[in-house]
Design a protein around this ligand. Structure first.
Ligand code: SF4
Length: 281
């Protein structure tokens, strides 16, 4: 049994959010630069160069990549031989988020109740925490800052198994088409296939954190990712929605076992300010 003090968790979470909100991920930057090199339309080239320049401004000044510094979402996988000491694990995670958003002067975007008062909590908490167990003595944290321009455009489709591959592709492409310019394209598309009504979106969200350029290990799903990306980019929405060759930088799909009677498909759309970090303690 290994003991992990929850203050370590707070510090790791704080560090990740301070970094991810101001430093573009190298793979995302590389994909935007490739899109710029490939693009012919002057308007789309201008939009892409503005996005690239914005990354540079953040690197130079330490200012956030976007005014929407997101809702904090964390996937924590804890070894079952870990004993958390020194306090409440959930509260420690919230404290790390709270500290990062205060110290980074990031926008606090969370309201305590969604329908009537919509009063800002003032500290960007609570974060959304997904906790799962695995064998061993390590703790892995995948942390995301999810902007809501793109979150609002994400979708769940409860397809029949007979919908097949074509049905899945139609669902993915229709979600991006309906989103139009709203999710700040070029986007990164995470797809979750299988599971059920609540787990397909978790697969899709985690898929957005897979490094761009890395396809699914199963070649059937890798081929699906390529077809989806081609069809999305044929829509012509383009960077900032003003037309162009690159509407999406990448599509990543994940699957899980499901019921014989269904085929849930979740499409999680992430913007060009995709922000996430990982740490293993
Ligand atoms: S969708 Fe992304 S780039 Fe657009 S406003 Fe939200 S966080 Fe910023």
């Amino acid at each position: 049994m290994r003991t992990v003090d929850v203050s370590e968790i707070s510090q790791a979470v704080r560090r990740m959010y301070l970094e991810m909100n101001v430093a573009v991920l190298p793979d995302v930057r590389g994909a935007v630069e490739k899109a710029l090199a490939d693009e012919a339309s002057p308007a789309a080239r201008y939009a892409l160069s503005q996005i690239r320049d914005n990354y540079d401004v953040s690197a130079r000044t330490g200012l956030p990549l976007c005014q929407d510094t997101g809702m904090a979402v964390l996937f924590i996988t804890a070894g079952q031989d870990v004993h958390f000491a020194g306090g409440d694990l959930y509260q420690a995670v919230q404290q790390g988020v709270r500290d990062a958003y205060r110290d980074g002067y990031f926008r606090k975007s969370i309201v305590s109740e969604p329908l009537f008062d919509r009063k800002n909590t003032g500290d960007n908490c609570p974060a959304v925490i997904h906790l799962s167990l695995c064998p061993g003595e390590k703790v892995h944290i995948l942390a995301m800052a999810k902007g809501f321009g793109s979150e609002n455009m994400s979708r769940v489709f409860m397809l029949a198994p007979a919908a097949g591959e074509e049905g899945v592709l139609n669902a993915i492409v229709s979600a991006v088409r309906d989103a139009g310019p709203n999710p700040c394209p070029p986007v990164i598309v995470g797809v979750g296939i299988g599971g059920n009504f609540e787990t397909a979106p978790l697969l899709a969200k985690k898929a957005t954190a897979r490094p761009l350029g890395v396809h699914h290990r199963d070649e059937r799903y890798a081929a699906l990712e390529k077809k989806a990306l081609d069809r999305i980019n044929a829509l012509g929405i383009g960077a900032s929605g003003i037309g162009g060759l690159t509407t999406a930088l990448w599509v990543s799909a994940e699957y899980a076992p499901t019921h014989i009677a269904g085929m849930p498909v979740a499409v999680c759309i992430c913007c060009h300010a995709s922000r996430h970090g990982e740490v293993t303690l």
